[in-house]
Design a protein around this ligand. Structure first.
Ligand code: ATP
Length: 257
């Protein structure tokens, strides 16, 4: 497996008690779903993988390079597309200029920026609205512009923090197609929507209480379902069962994340 991102011994947090207490993870190309209750540390982990916040302890390696200085972080960011939960933009920018600006920030080579911007806008179905000002878009369209900004230039690592919030059902289906089309990248998708995980993820990682409660395939998570667990699908019941488990568990089928 080509290692796109690897973290070892990661401790991360904001105050006295760490939000993430000793996490090891290695991801190659493919889609990994990140599940966990509110406050589990999903956004904190994504921010750390995005090299936005340096670890309190432990190491982050992107494409084999240890990120430990401004120089190595800058090199890593060229290969990282990151959609935060709340992302900033200039309301007066057109959609095209917003995505183009994000490509420039990520140091996509200038000869490729125009074509990469157009391709990203097509991927999220915003090519027709590329001239619209950001401040005139609906919430779902703004989210799609954010997704375009994350995938522009086809980075090796794509980090999406609750990307389907605000999308209507048809757009969510299109989003799933888009994620499936990112086949050469390692994609980490944080979500509360277990059905999105079932639809597009090869691996799933459940975070809770500062540690990984489960890594494995969605099928293996569904197998964790126990009679009486709440949830409407086997996967939801497996997820709920894992959250109630006393010790971390690893999926028995498929490769761990
Ligand atoms: N900038 C910050 N300063 C202080 N505490 C923070 C900060 N960001 C997050 N936290 C705390 O860290 C913990 C983990 O938050 P995080 O946003 O990573 O969780 P999450 O799993 O993404 O939650 P959600 O599902 O609600 O988005 C929470 O207790 C949160 O209050």
């Amino acid at each position: 497996m080509r290692s796109v991102v690897r973290v070892s011994g990661l401790v991360q947090g904001y105050g006295r008690d760490p939000v993430i207490a000793g996490l090891d993870l290695e991801l190659g190309p493919g889609v990994t779903g990140l599940l966990g209750p509110n406050g589990a540390g999903k956004s904190t982990l994504l921010r750390t993988l995005a090299t936005v916040t340096p670890p309190l302890e432990g190491e982050v390696h992107v494409l084999g390079e240890h990120v430990r200085s401004e120089r190595t972080a800058r090199a890593a960011r060229r290969e990282i597309g990151y959609l935060p939960q709340d992302f900033g933009y200039f309301g007066s920018h057109s959609v095209h200029d917003f995505v183009r600006y994000c490509a420039w920030l990520r140091e996509v080579p200038s000869a490729r920026i125009a074509e990469a911007t157009a391709a990203a806008l097509r991927r999220v179905g915003l090519a027709e609205r590329s001239g619209a000002r950001m401040k005139t878009l609906s919430g779902g369209m703004i989210r799609r512009a954010g997704i375009a900004a994350a995938v522009v230039g086809s980075p090796a690592l794509v980090l999406l923090d609750e990307p389907t919030v605000g999308l209507d059902p048809a757009q969510r289906l299109e989003f799933r197609e888009l994620v499936r089309s990112l086949d050469g990248s390692a994609v980490v998708l944080s979500t509360h929507l277990v059905e999105d995980v079932a639809a597009v993820c090869e691996r799933v990682l459940v975070l809770d209480g500062g540690s990984v409660r489960f890594t494995g395939t969605p099928a293996a998570l569904a197998e964790r379902a126990v009679p009486g667990a709440s949830g409407d699908t086997e996967l939801e019941r497996g997820y709920m069962a894992v959250l109630g488990a006393a010790t971390p568990v690893t999926g028995t089928t498929g490769a761990p994340a």
